[in-house]
Design a protein around this ligand. Structure first.
Ligand SMILES: Cc1cc2nc3c(=O)[nH]c(=O)nc-3n(C[C@H](O)[C@H](O)[C@H](O)COP(=O)(O)O)c2cc1C
Length: 143
């Protein structure tokens, strides 16, 4: 893969920070990263890629952001079979149910979740999460 896509939705910037850290990891691994706001990309761009990363915080009541990210993910589900997909996002007060549901949804569609589960963090990325995001980015360059 020449370019690694990291597509995110972020309201207050925490998930965006995670996206940029994953992009840093990709670059450190020697590949080009495309870190892109979900409102600026069509799902079709991901259709023929074997692996990519999606990020969204916990919104509503433990769901994805409903206006842009949810319909985007619904489209991705249609071609998720056989793909490796990394997931990440920030949360505020919940128990990460949104991420567990998101993982299950994409697994049911036939995708493999990179590193087995999504990266979650309370609020903005701390040191541990920073390391996890960079490691995820680097791991993508070996796929
Ligand atoms: C409308 C709204 C709904 C939210 N719902 C949840 C929720 O159900 N569970 C949770 O843990 N956090 C919830 N949060 C908190 C956000 O997930 C948290 O502030 C997160 O850090 C935002 O990430 P962002 O900076 O990338 O937008 C909600 C925030 C907003 C604004």
């Amino acid at each position: 893969m020449s370019k690694i896509f990291i597509v995110y939705w972020s309201g207050t910037g925490n998930t965006k920070m995670m996206a940029e850290l994953i992009g840093d990891g990709v670059v450190q691994g020697g590949k080009e990263a495309e870190v892109v706001d979900v409102s600026e990309i069509k799902p079709e761009v991901l259709r023929d890629l074997p692996a990519f990363v999606l990020g969204c915080p916990s919104m509503g009541a433990e769901v994805l952001e409903e206006d842009i990210m949810e319909p985007f993910v619904a489209e991705v589900e249609k071609f998720a079979e056989g793909k490796k997909i990394g997931l990440f996002g920030s949360y505020g007060w919940g128990n990460c149910e949104w991420m567990r549901d998101w993982e299950e949804r994409l697994k049911s569609a036939g995708a493999e979740i990179i590193q087995g589960e999504g990266i979650t963090v309370l609020g903005e990325p701390d040191n541990e999460t920073t390391e996890k995001c960079i490691a995820l980015g680097k791991s993508l360059t070996a796929l």
